[in-house]
Design a protein around this ligand. Structure first.
Ligand code: 9WN
Length: 420
């Protein structure tokens, strides 16, 4: 596939998954709007259709809750091809949504799309309207997910991380019960190979948490303390910190002084707190289980994604070396779990496969830190994967086997970003 063919193919994927005012991640497996998928997909749209990129984020933010939370799925149209649907979540909204959130990459996306926009007037109008909403979401995070004001937020559900079945959650997930979860029928395994997906046992625990939060009426002033799963993920926090950092900068330039000052303070505090997650031995960050206070000794990509935040230069340099080490045990960077670790599974979702969106954010973080040595290799591996195996949801880091859903929106968006 030459460059132009790859670009044409990527745009075709975006077009096919476009539902007018939002995109679905892929037809069939994911028939609704997902939060961080939309933000990252907007980056792809913005390379050739800026109004469409803004619409994607406008639609996402139009479903923000009154307390500031931006939900992880918006169920625009009924579709029984996905489980769990709106009836399981029971959030009681006119356009149904889930009651949890996802990585807040929208702030970063808005700022990047604004800064490179050709239509400056539209970009300025959109950014002025969107920044207060995004800022309210960021404030919601620190209020609702960091009640002790540590500077780091906790996830209450693996689906919030976006890395649903990561090895990082295994020990903590043992403590999430399954009693009271009735029988249900998974739909994901009818669209995708079950060997690429989470297990039934994990699904029962996912649903137990949903039922628990629903029993609390999705009241975010109660959810954090009531959850048996409270996980501080460096990758997730890095995305939040980077978005706050970018919003601080852009809001400052747009004269939105209060948003700028508050965002700067949140980002600075977050960067300082990230130090508590650093693991010198591994040369990357690690998760912290807030319910036990234990560090989670799991060599996953979450701790490498920490470089997306504006972290100290020596930390970024160590992460670059860490990626170099990973390159010795795989063919395509960056595996979502260390192939040398016993839990590694090359085909199973977030337990080994490569995800282009994560590669993109890590490369961007390395560039921001001036640690560019591995960037070309990572970006080149992304394109080799697509060339070999198509626009899959994720790929095996050793064989390039395409996994999960095919014809995937954010994979296509990342290819457009890399090729432009
Ligand atoms: C649950 C849509 C989403 C991504 C997540 C990915 C997967 C959903 C699922 O698909 O999660 O949110 O049903 O498996 O893990 O990162 O946003 O692409």
């Amino acid at each position: 596939m030459n460059r132009q063919d790859m670009m044409d193919h990527a745009r075709q994927v975006m077009t096919d998954n476009d539902r007018g005012t939002y995109t679905v991640p892929t037809h069939g497996l994911y028939p609704f709007q997902w939060n961080w998928d939309s933000a990252l997909s907007a980056l792809g749209f913005s390379q050739y259709d800026e109004p469409r990129a803004w619409t994607e984020i406008d639609t996402l933010m139009a479903h923000q809750w009154d307390d500031g939370m931006v939900p992880h799925i918006i169920f625009h149209q009924p579709d029984d091809g996905y489980f769990p649907g709106p009836d399981v979540w029971g959030t009681g909204r006119d356009v149904p949504t889930t009651g949890i959130t996802q990585p807040p990459v929208a702030g970063f996306a808005v700022c990047r799309i604004h800064d490179r926009a050709k239509d400056k007037a539209l970009a300025s109008e959109k950014a002025r309207a969107l920044l207060p909403k995004i800022h309210a979401w960021h404030q919601w995070f620190y209020r609702s997910r960091d009640p002790q004001s540590t500077g780091l937020v906790a996830l209450l559900h693996p689906w919030e991380s976006g890395r649903d079945n990561s090895v990082d959650w295994d020990a903590a997930f043992e403590r999430v019960p399954t009693e009271g979860v009735g029988t249900f029928t998974r739909r994901d395994t009818t669209h995708a190979n079950p060997a690429h997906r989470p297990t039934d046992d994990q699904y029962r625990r996912y649903i137990w948490l949903v039922q628990k939060f629903r029993s609390l009426n999705w009241d975010n002033s109660k959810l954090h303390d009531a959850s048996p799963f409270q996980m501080v993920d460096p990758g997730f926090n890095a995305i939040l910190i980077r978005s706050c950092h970018k919003v601080a900068d852009l809001a400052g330039r747009l004269g939105m002084v209060e948003i700028a000052a508050q965002s700067r303070a949140m980002a600075d505090k977050g960067v300082a707190a990230m130090e508590t997650l650093w693991d010198e031995k591994l040369g990357q960050y690690l998760c912290l289980d807030r319910t036990t206070g234990d560090v989670v000794d799991s060599p996953s990509i979450g701790g490498i994604l920490g470089v997306f935040a504006p972290i100290p230069k020596e930390r970024a340099a160590a992460i670059s070396r860490r990626i170099e080490t990973l390159a010795e045990s795989c063919e395509y960077l960056i595996p979502s779990h260390d192939p040398a670790a016993p839990e590694f599974e090359g085909l199973r979702y977030w337990r080994g496969p490569v995800w282009l969106i994560v590669n993109y954010m890590i490369s961007d973080g390395l560039e921001q830190a001036g640690e560019t040595r591995m960037v070309d290799r990572i970006m080149g591996d992304c394109l080799r994967l697509i060339e070999t195996s198509g626009f899959a949801e994720y790929h095996d880091p050793i064989t390039a086997e395409p996994c999960g859903g095919a014809h995937f929106t954010w994979t296509a968006a990342m290819v457009i970003e890399i090729l432009e």
